[in-house]
Design a protein around this ligand. Structure first.
Ligand SMILES: Nc1ncnc2c1ncn2[C@@H]1O[C@H](COP(=O)(O)OP(=O)(O)OP(=O)(O)O)[C@@H](O)[C@H]1O
Length: 702
C-alpha cells in the first residue's frame, strides 16, 4: 500500500486551481511520464523540466538595447494611444521613456482597460520582452511581463521555458507546476550521504525548487547538480526496480522447453521465403534459452521491417511443440489483428490452433476463447494488453512474447508476470536503441539482434517537397495508382484547439476523394475498431489503393506491396516516428519511395531531421541523430525533449550516473533485499515517486 504521505502527488491534476479537464488534456501532452491509460497526476508535473531559460537580468536601458534582445526596462509611462475604433490592424500604443531614450509598447487586439490599469500615465513601470525596432524607433510588441515598479519583485529574473503544445500557455503551465511543488510533502532522504557530498547533490525538494525557480540560468541546466540529483534519483529508481523484478522473475523456476522439431520444421517449410542469417541466429539463441531450465528473458531487437514476427512465431511454435501454450501481446489492436492474419494461416497448416483476444472480443466468442485457453485447446493466443491484465487463465503458458515496438517501460509488464505463472519471455522492439539504453530500459536481458533485412529489399528513395507543390504530387500518385501501386498518405493528428490551420486526415480525404473515387480509404484513431479493420483489409486486398491515415498505422503495419509513403507536414514529426512511418514501405521486392511534404518556413531542427531522413535508412544512425536533436522542442504533441523512457535523466548528460546507480542498487539490495531498513523505507517512497509501483508490490509488505 502506498503511504498516505504521498497522496497529494497522486491526485489528478484537475485538483489544482485553474486546471479544468480541457487544460488537463493539454498538460498531459507535455508531461514526460509514460501515462499509458492513466490520467496525469500532480506528481507528474514536478518533472516537466525547463527546455531553456530566459534571462531577464539584462537592463541596458532603451537606447542601448540591441534589436532582438530580451531586455528588462524600467520606464515612465508618457501617453496611451488607443487603437482607432473599427480598425483592428492598427495597434494600441503606449509611449514611455527612460534616461536613455523613448520606446513604443505595442499591443494588437488589446484590452484597453487592462492596459490603462497596468501602465497608468506618469507611473514607473517595468516591462520585459523582446526589443524590436520599428520605423527606426525602439519598440516592444506585447511585452512578456508588465509590473509597476513598486511591485518589481513579481517579475522573474530568470524564467524557465517549458515544453508547450498548441493551446497551452507558458503561464498556465508554470502556475500548475508551482502548485505541484507546493504540494510536495517533506520526504526522508533516500540517497547515501557520502554520495551526495561527493556529487554536491542538494536534497530532492531543494533540487526541484532550484530547477523550477532558477536564480541563474545554470540552475536549470541538466549539467547542474540539482538536475543531476533528480536524474540520479530516477536512474536509481529504475535500477532498484529492475533488480527487484529480476530477482523475483529468476527465482520462479522455469523449465526446459524442447521439441522434436516436427512443428517447427513444417512451419519453416511452409514459409514463402528463406530466413535471413540473423533471423536464423536469433532463433538458435532463443531455442537454446528455451531448452534451459532457467527462465528466458530475452530482447529481440530489429529495425523496422527486419522480420521479427516470423521469429516470434517460430519461437511460439517451439513452445507448443514442447507441449505448452504461447501468447503474443501487441501494442495496438490493429497490430494484434494483423499478427493474427499473418500467423493464423501458417499455424493452421501445421495444426496449431490460434485465437485472438482483445478488448473487442465480447460475448460468446470471448467465452469460447477463454475456455479454449483454459482447457489447452488453443495453442497460441494473440492480443493486446488485455491478455495479461485480465484473469485470462491458461492451461500451461510456456512462452510470452511482448511486442513493444518502440515503447518502453517493459518492466512493469515483466513484474506483472512475475506473480503468476513463470513463462519464458521474449520482448520484441523496433527501437534501434544504443546499448546503454537497452541496459536502462530493459535491464540485463539477453539480446538478439536482427542486423540484416530480408533479401531482395530495395532502398527507399526519400524526397522532400514543399506543400505548395502538392498538385504535382497528386498527379504522380494518380499515375502510381493507375500502375497498380499502393500508397499510404499520413496526416498529423490535429487538435481542435490548434490555431495553425492544418489539413486533418478527414479534410485530406475529402479533398482527394474526387480524384481517386472509391480507390481511396481512410483510417484514424477515432474510428471504431471494426471500421479500422475494414479500412486496413480493403487496402491490403487492393480494393483501395490510397490509404489516408493518421499515425495509427505507425506501429508495425505490414502491407508488403505498398510502395509509396507520403507524410504530410513531415516537419511536425520526430525522427523516430518518421523512420517508423517510412518503414511501412520498402517491405517487398518492389522499389519504394517516401515523400516528405513540408510546410515552409522550416525551423533549423526540422530541416536537419528531414535531411537525416533523406540521407539514411539506418535505424541506428537515425536513433543517434534523434538523441542529438531532442530537447529542441519544436514538435507538437509528442514528448520530444529528453531520453525515451525517462522523465528527468538525459542520457547524453547523465550517462556517468547510470553506472553509479546500478552499483548503488546492487549494494542496497544485497544489504536490504526487502527494503525494510529506514533507508529502504525511504527508497520505497522514491520508487513510488517515479512510478515504479509494480516493483514495490513485489516486496514483502509492499
Ligand atoms: N527472411 C525473410 N525473407 C523475406 N521476407 C521476409 C523475411 N522475414 C520476414 N519477411 C517479410 O518482411 C515483412 C516484415 O516483417 P515483419 O512484419 O515481421 O517486420 P518487423 O520486424 O515486425 O518490422 P516492423 O517493426 O516494421 O513491424 C513481412 O512482410 C514479412 O513477411
Amino acid at each position: 500500500m502506498r503511504p498516505s504521505l504521498l497522496d497529494p502527488l497522486f491526485s489528478p491534476i484537475t485538483s489544482l486551481a485553474g486546471i479544468g479537464p480541457k487544460v488537463a488534456v493539454l498538460i498531459e501532452k507535455v508531461v514526460p511520464a509514460d501515462l499509458g491509460d492513466r490520467a496525469a497526476r500532480v506528481g507528474d508535473l514536478m518533472f516537466v523540466l525547463p527546455n531553456s531559460v530566459i534571462d531577464r537580468r539584462n537592463r541596458p536601458g532603451i537606447a542601448l538595447s540591441a534589436e532582438g534582445a530580451i531586455v528588462t526596462l524600467e520606464v515612465r509611462i508618457d501617453r496611451h494611444q488607443p487603437a482607432p475604433r473599427g480598425n483592428r490592424s492598427v495597434p494600441y500604443r503606449v509611449f514611455a521613456h527612460d534616461d536613455t531614450g523613448e520606446i513604443a509598447l505595442t499591443f494588437f487586439h488589446a484590452h484597453a482597460a487592462y492596459l490603462e490599469k497596468a501602465m497608468p500615465e506618469g507611473e514607473k513601470v517595468i516591462v520585459s520582452g523582446r526589443m524590436e525596432w520599428f520605423n527606426g524607433r525602439p519598440s516592444m510588441v506585447h511585452p512578456d511581463h508588465i509590473a509597476l515598479a513598486s511591485e518589481a519583485d513579481k517579475l522573474p529574473l530568470v524564467e524557465p521555458v517549458y515544453p508547450l503544445t498548441a493551446g497551452l500557455s507558458g503561464k498556465v503551465l508554470r502556475r500548475a507546476i508551482g502548485q505541484s511543488l507546493e504540494r510536495l510533502p517533506a520526504l526522508p532522504e533516500w540517497l547515501d550521504a557520502e554520495l551526495m557530498r561527493r556529487q554536491s547533490f542538494p536534497d530532492f525538494t531543494a533540487a526541484l525548487q532550484r530547477v523550477h525557480n532558477p536564480a541563474d540560468p545554470i540552475d536549470a541546466s541538466p549539467e547542474n547538480a540539482a538536475w543531476r540529483r533528480l536524474a540520479y534519483d530516477e536512474l536509481l529508481a529504475g535500477q532498484v526496480s529492475l533488480a527487484l523484478v529480476r530477482a523475483k522473475v529468476r527465482k520462479l523456476h522455469g523449465r526446459p522447453l524442447t521439441g522434436d522439431g516436427r512443428i517447427v520444421n513444417a512451419l519453416r517449410a511452409a514459409l514463402p521465403y528463406q530466413l535471413t542469417g540473423s533471423q536464423q541466429t536469433a532463433l538458435e539463441e532463443i531455442d537454446a534459452d528455451l531448452a534451459k531450465p532457467e527462465r528466458m528473458l530475452r530482447l529481440l531487437q530489429g529495425d523496422v521491417g527486419s522480420g521479427k514476427t516470423v521469429v516470434a512465431l517460430l519461437a511460439m511454435a517451439r513452445a507448443v511443440e514442447a507441449g505448452g501454450q504461447a501468447a503474443l501481446m501487441a501494442p495496438t489492436e490493429i497490430l494484434a489483428r494483423q499478427h493474427m492474419a499473418t500467423i493464423a494461416p501458417l499455424a493452421e497448416r501445421v495444426g496449431i490452433k490460434v485465437a485472438v483476444l482483445t478488448g473487442r472480443e465480447k460475448g460468446r466468442d470471448r467465452a469460447q476463447t477463454l475456455a479454449g485457453l483454459e482447457s489447452g485447446e488453443i495453442d497460441i493466443v494473440i492480443g493486446t494488453h488485455a491478455l495479461f491484465q485480465e484473469t485470462v487463465a491458461f492451461r500451461d503458458l510456456a512462452l510470452a512474447v511482448i511486442d513493444e515496438q518502440h515503447r518502453f517501460g517493459v518492466h512493469q509488464r515483466l513484474a506483472m508476470n512475475a506473480k503468476g505463472q513463470a513463462p519464458d519471455m521474449l520482448v520484441m522492439t523496433a527501437t534501434p536503441i544504443p546499448r546503454t539504453l537497452v541496459l536502462t530500459a530493459f535491464g540485463d536481458m539477453d539480446v538478439s539482434r536482427l542486423t540484416e533485412k530480408p533479401a531482395g529489399r530495395q532502398p527507399i528513395r526519400t524526397v522532400t517537397l514543399p506543400l505548395e507543390r502538392i498538385d504535382e504530387l497528386v498527379g504522380r500518385v494518380r499515375d502510381a495508382v493507375a500502375e497498380g501501386q499502393k500508397i499510404y498518405w499520413i496526416c498529423p493528428l490535429v487538435e481542435e484547439s490548434e490555431e495553425v490551420k492544418l489539413m486533418s486526415a478527414e479534410d485530406r480525404f475529402a479533398s482527394l476523394q474526387p480524384v481517386f473515387g472509391n480507390r481511396i480509404g481512410i483510417v484514424h484513431g477515432r474510428m471504431k475498431g471494426a471500421d479500422k479493420d475494414e479500412a486496413m483489409r480493403a487496402f491490403k486486398a487492393g480494393e483501395t489503393r490510397v490509404l489516408i491515415a493518421t499515425t495509427v498505422i505507425e506501429v508495425g503495419v505490414d502491407v508488403p506491396d505498398a510502395t509509396i509513403m507520403v507524410i504530410e507536414h513531415a516537419e511536425r514529426f520526430g525522427l523516430a516516428q518518421l523512420h517508423q512511418l517510412r518503414g511501412r514501405v520498402g517491405r517487398g521486392s518492389k522499389p519504394s519511395s517516401c515523400v516528405l511534404l513540408y510546410k515552409d518556413p522550416l525551423g533549423e531542427t526540422a530541416k536537419r531531421r528531414l535531411s537525416v531522413m533523406r540521407d539514411t535508412e539506418d535505424g541506428f544512425v537515425i536513433a543517434e541523430e534523434d538523441l542529438k536533436l531532442r530537447g529542441e522542442g519544436e514538435l507538437l504533441g509528442t514528448r520530444q525533449s529528453g531520453t525515451p523512457g525517462f522523465q528527468v535523466a538525459r542520457i547524453e548528460a547523465h550517462a556517468d550516473l547510470l553506472e553509479i546507480a546500478r552499483d548503488d542498487a546492487r549494494l542496497i539490495l544485497a544489504r536490504d533485499p526487502e527494503l525494510v531498513s529506514p533507508r529502504g523505507e525511504a527508497l520505497r517512497l522514491l520508487l513510488y515517486v517515479f512510478g515504479r509501483d509494480e516493483a514495490v508490490r513485489l516486496l514483502r509488505a509492499g
